[in-house]
Design a protein around this ligand. Structure first.
Ligand code: BGC
Length: 464
């Protein structure tokens, strides 16, 4: 009961979630609009991905993946016959914290070096393979191979990259070395990679969603609704960047004092409000702040805190999953509280578990509201009474938390009753998906060349 007072602001009723969904619905339209776009909190970025896989893609590709837990380089083969994407090999390179906050040149030199070492080890230096670059930050894409970073999110803040073309920065770094080269580049957001990697297995996969370090989703929108891109027919994948939802103050009524502190102490105050209530980079911190407050108010740990508990970042998001584990949760809680130097009793452990549960539930339910908004939009776009669709999902929070996915799915069913959504956990969307996007881009390019040749041929024949 006393504890409830602290948790109450985090419990969002179905009614509230419906309100949130209505607000997001308006924001999606604002983001798509030609004139409203530049002020929109939800950016709705065109990705220049116009088709999902049709199963005829094939070839060898390189993939880079920056913006999740690790930086990775991969060599991927897309095999047509078996409808399969095979990961041939990969390498993980750590990006030290100083580099995440250093200069862009250092970052891209490091990426180019890591790629160089990988090519060397695979004996691929002589080839110029096409490359899919999963770059999981908001980018204004001009074409599939021109992508301007709008702003860094999550833990990154390298100087001299915002406002620049990421493909150019990558190529410059590679050319500075001069010992290898790459072929055509396709820029991919991780949500898009996730959608595409699932799309190879399930062709009705038209939404990609990430709930990991950050959160975001993409989906296939009718081109005629994407006012900033020319064209009337067909669809284009839109990277919603829903993490920015609320940056214009539209979520003020559901933000708690703890959310405000998380925002103010982050490296990007004022941006990605929605993401800060949901994703792995922040969930642990929200719990920590709540525990500190409850201890100070003498509701926990006999009114005492500890140095670790008072240190930002010390309560990791993975602890939430461990503490909510159905069988071993309480035991895990006790171990974690001991490791944090806290003087706990069994009641404390139960309260901590309740706090974790409240914070992860809010995250799952907010994601559900956002996903319901998108599915409903697709349904209405197509004039359907009922939509059956698949969403490709990835991210540590969704994968690792014991009941996050169930909670999210249950809430989506209530919020989008006319949509029947299948959830498919993506197998390495950021790696294989990037290769897939590159392969689809090449298939379409080929297809366009063929169409052009056909056109030339028929015109010439007619003339003759
Ligand atoms: C980025 C998105 C990305 C998401 C998930 C967010 O911080 O802005 O581009 O898709 O994280 O990685």
């Amino acid at each position: 009961h006393k504890v409830e007072k602290y948790l109450e602001p985090f419990r969002l009723s179905l009614e509230k979630l419906k309100e949130v969904s209505v607000r997001l619905k308006k924001d999606l339209i604002r983001g798509l609009g030609k004139h409203s776009h530049h002020r929109a909190a939800v950016k709705m970025l065109p990705t220049f991905v116009r088709a999902t896989p049709d199963g005829t893609e094939k070839g060898d590709y390189l993939a880079l993946d920056l913006g999740g837990t690790n930086f990775r380089v991969l060599y991927v083969r897309v095999v047509e016959e078996q409808q399969k994407v095979v990961k041939m090999d990969s390498k993980i390179c750590s990006i030290p914290q100083e580099m995440m906050l250093g200069t862009g040149e250092q970052l891209f030199d490091h990426i180019a070096q890591c790629l160089g070492e990988f090519l060397e080890s695979q004996d691929l230096k002589g080839q110029t393979l096409p490359l899919g670059f999963t770059f999981s930050f908001p980018c204004e894409q001009k074409e599939i191979d021109k992508s301007i970073l709008i702003r860094w999110t999550k833990g990154f803040s390298c100087s001299g990259v915002e406002g620049q073309d990421v493909v150019k920065l990558l190529k410059e770094a590679i050319h500075r070395r001069g010992d290898y080269d790459i072929g055509s580049v396709a820029m991919v957001n991780d949500t898009v990679g996730t959608m595409m990697s699932c799309g190879y297995r399930d062709q009705s996969c038209e939404i990609g969603m990430i709930i990991g370090t950050g959160t975001n989703a993409c989906y296939m929108e009718e081109i005629k609704n994407v006012k900033r891109v020319e064209g009337e027919d067909g669809r284009m994948c839109i990277n919603t960047e829903w993490g920015g939802f609320g940056d214009d103050g539209s979520l003020k009524d559901i933000l708690t004092e703890f959310d405000e502190v998380v925002d103010q102490t982050s490296i990007n105050p004022g941006v990605h409000t929605f993401e800060k209530m949901i994703s792995g980079m922040y969930l642990g911190e929200i719990v920590r702040l709540l525990l500190v407050k409850m201890a100070e108010d003498k509701l926990l740990f006999k009114g005492e805190t500890s140095e670790a508990l008072l240190t930002p970042g010390q309560f990791e998001t993975k602890y939430i999953s461990e503490i909510e584990e159905p069988d071993s949760g309480l035991e895990n809680a006790q171990k974690i509280l001991t490791a944090l130097g806290l003087n706990w009793d069994p009641v404390d452990a139960c309260v901590v578990r309740l706090v974790c549960d409240t914070i992860s539930s809010r995250s799952a339910r907010l994601c559900a509201a956002a996903l319901a908004t998108i599915s409903n939009r697709i349904r209405v776009n197509r004039g359907l009474d009922h939509l059956k669709t698949t969403v490709g999902v990835d991210g540590t929070v969704y994968r690792k938390h014991p009941n996050f996915s169930e909670e999210l799915q249950a809430a989506v069913r209530l919020l989008a009753p006319k949509c029947d959504i299948t959830f498919l956990v993506s197998e390495d969307g950021s790696g294989k998906g990037a290769a897939m996007v590159t392969a689809v881009a090449q298939r379409i390019e080929l297809c366009q060349i063929n169409q052009y040749l056909f056109f030339l041929l028929t015109t010439v024949t007619k003339l003759l």
